[in-house]
Ligand binder design. Structure first.
Ligand SMILES: NC(=O)C1=CN([C@@H]2O[C@H](COP(=O)(O)OP(=O)(O)OC[C@H]3O[C@@H](n4cnc5c(N)ncnc54)[C@H](O)[C@@H]3O)[C@@H](O)[C@H]2O)C=CC1
Ligand SMILES: CC(C)CC(=O)C(=O)O
Ligand SMILES: [Mg+2]
Length: 361
């Protein structure tokens, strides 16, 4: 049966990188007879400009009926003067909560060809393969109360609330333990249980759930130490499970171990593996519209889409192989330049090269 994929390019570099990822999907449709139907929608600032809302009902409806969603990125300076409750980023958070995408998988994998582009020494990152499992629909990003209010003194006060319920923690813990079972059987739960009650509960629940996964070795680490350990000795980690905000921050940090934030894809899944797929980076206003952005994180997100939502591990592997071949051939967008002689390419040229490798397979 033909699968519908919602294509939501968003803002900034979003349309540029999604164009390249769509070329990959179209190649799979045309060459490998993948039965897909692509349907585009507006989200973020582009949607605000067209409709006044960062998540118009038509987009939410498309995302809900689609079998999977591919998203670029949202946000940018153009919309920063708007009230925070109606900014582009609210469209993204709205999609995540409306679709119940509580499990965000962020693989941090170093392609061997990019070892010299890593911020760490090649020997410290060689073979790096971490999976960050980030809770995505709770925490301070969604907690109530929130807002900016004026106190009796006339002073303003900003409020955000870190909230987690046991069931929210348990379901993300189960995703993380199940992932660890399939990998090196090591799970590190990252929290701030020494000072934050919500994450003390996190630690208690993760510990309780661990009894159902006796083959997985569970450790706990405070987030400040985890940030330090990630740049000191990242290969000590296999799977990391953490809260929404800590996962957001740690994954940007970890991206530098792989050469660039332009290399990290993600899958945001609900309880039935219905998913939204997006690079972990934002709309990169500083390079938007210049054909400079690295499209590989988005193309690798298509691979995750095929693996998790369309059950086509073969095609997911084909994309990952094509990316590897392009890097082996020495092609680099400028964010992944390391030591050596490379061919510096544009966003479009990188996408074309991946498509050419796929066609040749
Ligand atoms: N998922 C999403 O849609 C996200 C949206 N944002 C939004 O994006 C806007 C910009 O946020 P920033 O903090 O600047 O983060 P950002 O991730 O957009 O950019 C940070 C830095 O990384 C570079 N970069 C990002 N993606 C790249 C790529 N594919 N290739 C090469 N270089 C790349 C940018 O040029 C910039 O120097 C804001 O409005 C923010 O709210 C931020 C993060 C995630
Ligand atoms: C709007 C932000 C929460 C998006 C982001 O930074 C992320 O999901 O990594
Ligand atoms: Mg982020």
């Amino acid at each position: 049966m033909t699968k519908t994929i919602a294509i939501l390019p968003g803002d900034g570099i979003g349309p540029e990188i999604v164009t390249e990822a769509v070329k990959v999907l179209e190649t799979l449709r045309d060459k490998f007879s993948l039965a897909i139907h692509l349907e585009s929608g507006l989200v973020g600032g582009a949607a605000i400009d067209a409709t006044g809302s960062p998540l118009p009902p038509a987009t939410l409806d498309l995302a809900k009926r689609a079998d999977a969603v591919l998203l670029g990125a949202v946000g940018g300076p153009k919309w920063e003067s708007l009230d925070i409750s109606i900014r582009p980023e609210k469209g993204l958070l709205g999609l995540r909560s409306e679709l119940k995408l509580f499990a965000n998988l962020r693989p941090v994998v170093l392609f061997p060809e990019l070892a010299s582009a890593s911020t760490l020494k090649p020997e410290v990152v060689a073979g790096l393969d971490i999976l960050i499992v980030r809770e995505l629909t709770g925490d301070i990003y969604f907690g109530q109360p929130r807002g900016i209010r004026t106190l009796e003194t006339g002073e303003k006060q900003g409020i955000n609330t870190l909230v987690y319920t046991e069931s929210e923690i348990e379901r993300i813990a189960r995703v993380a333990f199940a992932s660890a079972e399939q990998r090196q059987k090591k799970l590190c739960s990252v929290d701030k249980a020494n000072v934050l009650e919500a994450t003390e509960l996190w630690r208690q629940v993760v510990t309780r759930v661990s009894r159902d996964y006796p083959t997985v070795q569970l450790t706990h680490m405070y987030v400040d130490n985890a940030a330090m350990q990630l740049v000191r000795a990242p290969k000590q980690f296999d799977v990391i499970v953490t809260t929404n905000m800590f996962g957001d921050i740690l994954s940007d940090l970890a991206s530098q171990l792989t050469g660039s934030i332009g290399m990290l894809p993600s899958a945001s899944l609900d309880a039935n593996n219905k998913g939204m797929y997006e690079p972990i980076h934002g709309s990169a206003p500083d390079i938007a519209g210049q054909n400079l952005a690295n499209p590989l994180a988005t193309i690798l997100s298509v691979a995750m889409l095929l693996r998790y939502s369309l059950n086509r591990v073969d095609l997911a592997t084909a994309i990952e192989r094509a990316v590897r071949q392009v890097l082996q051939a020495g092609l680099r967008t400028r964010d992944i330049l390391g030591d050596g002689q490379y061919t510096v390419v544009t966003t479009r040229e990188m996408g074309d090269a991946v498509v050419a490798q796929l066609r040749a397979q």
